[in-house]
Structures are given as C-alpha cells and as structure tokens.
Design a protein around this ligand. Structure first.
Ligand code: VG1
Ligand code: CO
Length: 540
C-alpha cells in the first residue's frame, strides 16, 4: 500500500484513453494513481483475467511491470501479456474476446510521437474488447479525484523476452506471442491464396510500419504468409521513439511512403498504420484514398471477402466522416448510423448486431471481428477487393465515383493553438449558430446548424456537444471540433465536405473543389485572424 499526499485531478481520459507527455507520466505515482482508479472501478477485477500490452513506445515495459504488480495486489487471477510487451490495439481487442477477459490495458498514445520527449498513454478496454464506455470512463475519473493510496506488490522481475508462465504471489502471468492469434483471425476473414496470387503476379506492394507496433505483424503477414519479397515492410522494427517519426499514417507524416506511391512507379499499392496499429492509410499508384471514401468502397465491395460474402447487417460512420458510405448503404438497403467521434460509440451497435462494418474519417475502419478499428484488416480487405476484381486502386475509385458521385472531403487541423483561442473560435460560432440559418455560404446557403448530440439506439444514453455542424442547401457540410487526443494546447479540426453527383466534375483536386467552403469558413470562424496561422498544420 502506498499513500498519496494529494490526488491527481488531471486524469480525465479523452477520446482515446489518458494521454499526456512521457514526462507527465513520469511524475511519481502518476501512472499508479490512474491504474488504481481502473482496478477499483472495472467490474470483475478479483479473480478475473486481464490482457496487457502496448505499442512498444518509451515507457511500455516499465508500465507493464507496474500493472502486473498492481494487478496482483488487487486480486486479479491471471494477466496475459506479450513478448516485449508488443501488442497492437486490434490484437488486444481480439485477445480480450478470445480469453473472455474482464478487459485490457493498452499502453499507447496511438499516433502521437513517443520517446522521453514524446507522449505516453493508457487505454482501457472493456470485456467486449472495445474502448471503455463513457460511463465507465467517468466513474474512473471520479475515482481518481479522491485517491489517497494505491495497492502494489514490491517486486516482480518477470522477463518479457520470451513466451512463458510466471507467478506473482498467486496471480498467473502468461507471456504469449502477441502476433499469432491476430494472424489466425485474419486468415479466417480473408482468402489469403487469392491475395497472395494477385500481389505476387504483377502488383508490388509497400507497407510502412513507421517504426511502430505493426512491424512484426506486417512482416509475418506480408513477407511470411503472403509471400511478398523481403523489404515489402519498411520501418518494421518497433522503436521506443518511433525513430523520431510521428506514427500517423497520413500524407504529412507518412510522406516517405506517399512519395513512393504518388510520384514513383515501382509500387501498385501502398499502406501504412499508426503507432498502435488501429489506423490505416491506403494509396494506389498516383492515388490517395480518402478514408471516408475507403469506408464506402469497403462496404460497396464487402462481398469480395469470405467473411462478409453473405452481406452486412448495417454500417456506421462517425458524424464528421463524409456521407459517401450513406449512399452505398441506401443502395444496399441496409441501415447507416451516425455516431460521435471515437470508436467506443460503435460498441453497442456491433455488440447487438446492428452493424457489421464501421469507420471514421481519421483513417480508421473496422468490423465486428474485434471491437477496435483495425489497420492491417483494412489493408487486407483492400487487397482482397483488388484481387477479386483484378483492378488497380485508381480504377476502383473511379468506378466507385461514377456509380455514386463523389464526396469531396478534407480535414484541416490547426494544432497547438492556445486553449483560450481555440475555445474562443468554437464558442463564437456556437453562439452565432441560430442566426446563421439562411445566410449564403460558398455557392449555397446554410439551412441547418447545431451542436451534434447522439442518442444511442441501444442503451438510450445521450452524448451531447460532439461538434458544430453547418449543413448547406446543396448538401455540403462543415464541421468544427476540438480534438480530445492532443497533449499540447488545443487542436481545432475543420471538416469540409461537398457532394458532386455523377453528372458533375469527378476528377478535381479536393482542395480546389472545396475552395469556396475553405475560404468562407475561415472568414466566418475567423480562424487565421484569431490564430495568426495562415494555413492548417495538417491537411488530409
Ligand atoms: C482522434 C480522431 C478520432 C479517433 C481518435 C482516436 O480523436 O479524430 O476519430 O477515434 O483520435 O484514434 P480527436 O478527438 O483528436 O479528434 V487513435 O488511433 O488515437 O486510437
Ligand atoms: Co491509433
């Protein structure tokens, strides 16, 4: 038992767990306090099984050691962890489900940089394998506010270097290979023979693991099971600081791969995943697939994969994700749900069989095979569709747009803005919203404005204030949100969407197609004026 003089009050988890700088996590008792709140709040701790692992960043193994000692002190009966603590977020979700665990603790700050100068994070997943619900997260936070002590056993000294079985008092610690079960699951969902034949004929692929967790998974998957040449996986060894990179698969941070595909001719397909392996970016030769379109394409062609050949129950997308998938769902005659940002909101829909596939504009797609978004699953799904149709990424996209029309889409992120300024921009628009209806905007006019609120169709819970929405008469949408995953200042996200039907221009550059919306939202929200930034930090 360790006494705390003052409780930490800044441990409110955001969109994806508790995320702070590594330095912040290194304060004495900081990590332990949050873990104590988890052990006191999560149902089933005494006698339960817990899954633990992380993306390999700085602090991963130290945190696992602390979790093992605290789990033992709290009466957990078994912890399953992995060799070197390497476990991707979707693989963790799979293990939780497979072992009927009470939940899992994933050590990751996802796409944020790592290392002593980077960020660290703790994500809690519940027994269904998905991110903890809003109510569980709130209960954990409340618990942190009054902590005066935490329980931990003294020493454990368990080696994570190889698989094995250990004990801490009566608690079993099983160290397993964190890759195997995941690859087994992928083989059940997709036709590996078909994919392998296709990519090894004349369809060279490149995968960038960005020095993060997917390296070992991708090497065994592509260079092993699918027989791609060695070197297919780039930056495949997980490093504590991700080699100084920002493990975020987008055109800005995965620019090496982007250049290889957009400017070179050696590869037909490229993909990258983020720090913890739940995000994906898909590229073809000379072609970038917008994540919202990616979701729509997967849904439209789901029948190409053995796992989804009998059709989909329904689909869901987060509110800021473009409505491209809505058109496909309508065409297929299935439900399409609109949820707030964050994977946890898909949990109930997946658990009750209302949806099969879901996704977010932030490079996340997934299905009912686990309860997290899944980067490598999306890459395999794309390859399966291309293999089954024997076509290129570029061709598949053009075909999709000529069937459904195109949702031009972009997200503009303004990072590290002083919090007061970001709040000022947001509150100003929110206040003005009722008066905006009827105003002209770009080539259209505003017909609807609100702060998105979600009524969960399964448990009836209401989650409000999920982002400011402006909808125009021509169907265009503009959304403003403040990020819940940044660790420095505030990040303002502006989401822009304009629909062009099959009769319109389908081959424009998105930034050009969205120019009117970009200019008018900047004027209306006074973004450059208030931030002093003349362009966003990241454009996707
Ligand atoms: C971001 C994304 C959101 C995603 C979340 C966690 O949140 O926008 O769609 O679910 O990150 O992703 P925010 O609040 O910063 O916009 V991950 O890869 O960190 O688990
Ligand atoms: Co992630």
């Amino acid at each position: 038992m360790v006494k705390l003089s003052t409780p930490f009050t800044d441990q409110k988890p955001g969109t994806s767990g508790l995320r702070k700088s590594s330095k912040h996590f290194e304060q004495p008792h900081y990590l332990e306090s949050f873990l104590e709140a988890i052990f006191r709040t999560l149902p089933g701790v005494k006698g339960g099984t817990l899954i633990v692992g992380g993306d390999g960043r700085y602090g991963n193994c130290r945190a696992i050691d602390i979790i093992l000692r605290m789990a033992s002190a709290h009466g957990v009966s078994k912890v399953i962890t992995t060799v070197n603590g390497i476990l991707s977020t979707p693989a963790a979700s799979n293990l939780i489900r497979k072992h009927k665990a009470i939940g899992g603790i994933i050590l990751s700050a996802s796409h944020n940089p790592g290392g002593p100068e980077g960020d660290f994070g703790v994500k809690l997943n519940a027994a269904n394998g998905g991110p903890a619900s809003e109510s569980l997260t709130n209960d954990i936070y409340t618990c942190t506010l009054n902590l005066d002590e935490y329980k931990i056993v003294e020493n454990s000294e368990i080696s994570l270097e190889s698989p094995g079985r250990h004990f801490i008092s009566s608690m079993i610690v099983e160290v397993i290979d964190g890759v195997e079960d995941y690859l087994y699951l992928m083989q059940k969902l997709f036709d590996f023979d078909q994919i392998s034949a296709f990519i090894n004929k004349d369809f060279p692929i490149a995968f960038d693991a960005l020095n993060a967790v997917t390296g070992p998974y991708a090497s065994r998957l592509f260079e092993g099971l699918l027989g791609s040449p060695l070197g297919t996986v780039r930056n495949g060894l997980p490093k504590e600081d991700f080699g100084g990179c920002h493990p975020d698969p987008n055109l800005t941070y995965a620019n090496e791969l982007a250049e290889l595909l957009l400017e070179g001719t050696n590869y037909s397909f490229g993909a990258a995943c983020d720090g913890d392996g739940d995000r994906n970016m898909i590229l073809g030769r000379g072609c970038f697939v917008n994540p919202s379109d990616s979701l729509a394409v997967l849904v439209a062609n789901a029948h190409c994969a053995p796992a989804y050949k009998d059709g989909l129950a329904g689909v869901a997308r987060s509110m800021p994700t473009s409505a491209a998938v809505d058109l496909v769902a309508r065409d297929l005659g299935i439900d399409c749900f609109e949820t707030p940002t964050g994977w946890k909101f898909f949990g109930n829909l997946l658990d009750t069989g209302k949806i099969t596939i879901c996704g977010e504009e932030s490079f996340g797609t997934g299905s009912n095979h686990v309860r997290e978004k899944d980067g490598l699953w999306a890459v395999l799904f794309w390859l399966q569709i291309l293999a089954s149709k024997q076509c290129t990424v570029d061709h598949l996209m053009s075909q999709h747009w000529s069937n459904y029309g195109r949702h031009y889409y972009s997200r503009h992120d303004y990072e590290e803005i002083p919090t007061e300024i970001a709040n000022g921009i947001y509150n100003n628009i929110e206040k003005k919203m009722p008066a905006l209806i009827g105003n002209s905007f770009a080539d259209s006019s505003i017909i609807f404005a609100d702060n998105f609120s979600y009524n969960d169709p399964v448990d009836g819970s209401i989650t409000d204030k999920q982002g400011l929405r402006l909808i125009l008469e021509d169907g265009s949408r503009l959304i403003l949100r403040l990020s819940g995953t940044g660790t420095k200042g505030a990040t303002l996200r502006v989401y822009l969407e304009r629909y062009v039907s099959v009769h319109g221009k389908l081959n424009q550059n998105p930034q050009l197609a969205l120019r009117g919306l970009i200019q008018d939202i900047d004027l209306m929200a006074e973004i450059s004026h208030r931030t002093g930034m003349n362009r966003p930090t990241v454009i996707t």
